[in-house]
Design a protein around this ligand. Structure first.
Ligand SMILES: Cc1cc2nc3c(=O)[nH]c(=O)nc-3n(C[C@H](O)[C@H](O)[C@H](O)COP(=O)(O)OP(=O)(O)OC[C@H]3O[C@@H](n4cnc5c(N)ncnc54)[C@H](O)[C@@H]3O)c2cc1C
Length: 213
């Protein structure tokens, strides 16, 4: 969502807000700052992410079983992102998805151990020490390494103010940006806030699986 729609160009000094620090928000921030660097632009990126991925249990975890496909591992390697051994728990050659309509086995073409299994957060509740780091925390730190700033706050609403998108936080603070990016997943009320902006955005449809009969 860009402020001043007559110009779609980000210039040095531009301020970018990213709502959500899951994989999408971290990748966006990482690659934007990488491209800005190449173009010689100085861009500020604020990422809003209420979860602390270093906290064990559901508080620090985006719910997901954490299997990364071989093709994604390869695509990231091409971009210079080699997921470290402290994040990849194991390489596997196949996995099985159990659905209400049956099970599906997904294998690597050459049956090599190239599918990576990871934790999204920092493991089960109550866990004190682990040698593994979660994927989401690792990706967030990649973005921070490029210069992104992480604000541990939830965005509660968005408004247009003086032709620019402005976010409002739970604690009553607000900030205005030149570009605002929604990377908050599909299960959040923040999608409605983007919908209400009148920019022809419609949240993706989701549905719960029906029972087999
Ligand atoms: C049960 C389950 C199992 C899955 N298993 C796999 C798998 O094995 N492999 C795989 O590749 N994919 C899997 N997926 C899909 C995967 O989880 C998603 O594709 C991925 O998480 C999408 O990344 P994202 O960054 O778009 O969203 P998310 O990972 O959902 O991240 C969104 C972030 O936005 C933050 N956020 C939300 N609202 C706000 C707000 N208002 N303000 C600020 N921040 C906010 C959230 O805290 C969150 O960190 C699974 C999904 C589910 C539900």
């Amino acid at each position: 969502m860009l402020g001043d729609s007559s110009s779609l160009e980000l210039k040095s000094g531009a301020r970018v807000g990213v709502v959500g620090g899951g994989p999408a928000g971290s990748f966006f921030s990482f690659f934007l700052l990488q491209m800005a660097d190449v173009a010689g632009l100085n861009i500020d990126v604020d990422m809003y992410e209420p979860r602390d991925f270093s906290v064990p249990g559901s508080q620090g975890c985006n719910m997901c079983v954490g299997v990364i496909s071989e093709s994604l591992v390869q695509s990231l390697a091409v971009e210079g992102i080699n997921i470290p051994g402290t994040v990849v728990q194991r390489g596997i050659d196949s996995y099985v998805m159990h659905t209400v309509r049956g099970k599906v086995t997904i294998t690597t073409p050459l049956e090599e151990m190239r599918i990576a299994t990871v934790m999204r957060g920092s493991g089960p509740p109550g866990q004190r020490e682990t040698r593994w780091k979660g994927l989401d925390g690792y990706l967030l730190q990649l973005a921070v390494g490029k210069g992104a700033k992480v604000l541990r706050s939830r965005v509660v609403s968005i408004a247009w103010t003086d032709g620019r998108p402005e976010i409002h936080l739970k604690d009553g603070q607000s900030r205005r940006y030149d570009l605002l990016v929604g990377a908050m997943g599909v299960n959040t009320a923040a999608l409605a806030a983007f919908e209400k902006m009148g920019v022809s955005y419609h949240r993706p449809g989701t549905k719960r699986p029906s029972s087999p009969n």
